[in-house]
Write a protein that binds this ligand. Structure first.
Ligand code: PRT
Length: 212
């Protein structure tokens, strides 16, 4: 691990990218971005920014390949890695939601006993149903989960919802919220204790905090 700089991983191209870059810039950090270049060096703070797929960030932080990351809290619940959550960022708000077709007879959680539930969040979904003692079968998808009931491959779905428009447009109704999520700063556990890194981390979080 480089002791001179903090390494921060952010989403390269997705829902969190614009707000994250805005936060970094309003915090006064000076750096250049270029679509093909996957890292930037800050000119006025000892920070290197790495642009990655957001699914990879929690694991890179947990392994200490980077010191810090900015991701949706939903990914931390799903990947179940050992990291320290440092700061809530108040953007990227969404909820992991269980939903069923509008006309479905399913009215409560227990009606889903032994039924199929499609999701890109298998761990969070399974753990939610296990906590509620409702056995289900997970149908794992990599996207377009909302189409699963129409295709006849699941009786319910679990997916992230922000405005609710996608559920509505696909004739689905929310049944139960599993958790709320927002963008957060996460850190490798060592970064929060090793003196020179911790010092930089505290300075960076102070400037983020004043920009929120
Ligand atoms: O390519 P990469 O792997 O980096 O990103 P990705 O495609 O896996 O993720 P991306 O960019 O879609 O989302 C990044 C993060 O944004 C998520 O991990 C969440 O923390 C956060 N976020 C906030 C959301 C949403 N809101 C959201 N609405 N992520 C996804 N959605 C999707 C949802 O899956 C559904 O398809 O938007 C649709 C529903 O939106 P509404 O507004 O119609 O309810």
């Amino acid at each position: 691990m480089n002791n001179t700089y903090l390494k921060l991983a952010i989403q390269k191209n997705g829902r969190l990218t614009e707000k994250t870059l805005e936060l970094l810039r309003t915090s006064g950090l000076e750096f250049d971005t270029c679509t093909q270049k996957l890292y930037s060096k800050c000119r006025n703070f000892p920070l290197e920014i790495y642009y990655m797929r957001d699914n990879d960030i929690p694991d890179y932080v947990a392994r200490g390949i980077v010191d810090l990351g900015i991701v949706g809290q939903n990914l931390i619940y799903e990947t179940n890695v050992t990291i320290t959550k440092i700061l809530n960022l108040q953007y990227g708000s969404c909820s992991l939601m269980l939903a069923v077709p509008k006309e479905s007879k399913i009215q409560k959680l227990s009606d889903l006993r032994d039924k199929k539930v499609a999701t890109t969040y298998p761990k969070s979904t399974l753990s939610f149903f296990e906590k509620n003692n409702v056995p289900i079968q997970i149908i794992q998808m990599s996207g377009s989960v909302e189409i699963a009931p129409t295709l006849g491959i699941a009786e319910a779905i679990v997916d992230l919802v922000s405005t609710g428009a996608t559920l509505f447009l696909n004739d689905l109704r929310p049944l139960e919220k599993i958790f709320d999520s927002q963008a957060v700063v996460i850190a490798n556990e060592k970064t929060t204790v090793v003196a020179n890194k911790k010092n930089l981390l505290d300075q960076l979080m102070n400037i983020f905090n004043t920009s929120l």
